[in-house]
Write a protein that binds this ligand. Structure first.
Ligand SMILES: Nc1ncnc2c1ncn2[C@@H]1O[C@H](COP(=O)(O)OP(=O)(O)OP(=O)(O)O)[C@@H](O)[C@H]1O
Ligand SMILES: [Mg+2]
Length: 156
């Protein structure tokens, strides 16, 4: 079955390819965008974020915010929020992060977005990363809302 028209799929045979996908998405992204990174532990969500952040801000170190929950990069008008909700415990802790305001102005990439599924913005790019059976990854991108009209050159 063909994927729906707003779905794109690609194969990522190395961590470099995962980072390159992040850089490609960075070209199409603008402040106020939300990118939901889905997939199991070790699927490549942080690696994709590394490529994304470096493409926009240069050679910065991007580490997993597993314990801090949020790591921000860049000055105010080009702020990128890298969020990891894996360890979020309850709704109060989620509210303390201040994501509602960030969704309006920052570029927000969220690992484990399922933890706040109902509160995610409708305009967003969903990326599902899955292990393939050759040691690499497969990415399925779902362009929702105003993402549907973006041009993403995935060099397939
Ligand atoms: N396309 C790929 N092919 C092979 N290995 C990859 C690929 N993409 C990423 N990796 C490797 O997978 C490992 C886990 O990557 P990463 O930390 O980005 O996953 P994650 O989804 O953020 O995991 P977590 O859920 O624990 O935060 C890293 O060692 C990374 O180098
Ligand atoms: Mg991660």
């Amino acid at each position: 079955m063909d994927p729906a028209p707003n779905n794109l799929m690609c194969t990522l045979d190395s961590v470099e390819a995962t980072r390159a996908l992040g850089a490609t998405i960075a070209e199409a992204a603008r402040q106020g965008d939300t990118i939901a990174l889905r997939g199991d532990l070790g699927a490549g969500k942080t690696s994709l974020t590394q490529g994304f952040v470096r493409a926009r801000l240069g050679d910065v170190e991007v580490t997993s915010p597993t314990f801090t929950l949020v790591q921000t990069y860049g000055a105010q008008d080009q702020e990128i929020w890298h969020v990891d909700l894996y360890r979020i415990e309850d709704k109060a802790e989620l509210e303390e992060l201040g994501l509602e305001d960030a969704f309006d102005i920052a570029l927000v990439l969220i690992e484990w977005p399922e933890r706040m599924e109902a509160d995610l913005p409708d305009n967003r790019l969903d990326i599902l990363l899955e292990h393939d059976n050759a040691g690499g990854r497969r990415a399925v991108l779902t362009l929702r809302g105003n993402w549907a009209e973006r041009r993403l050159d995935l060099k397939l």
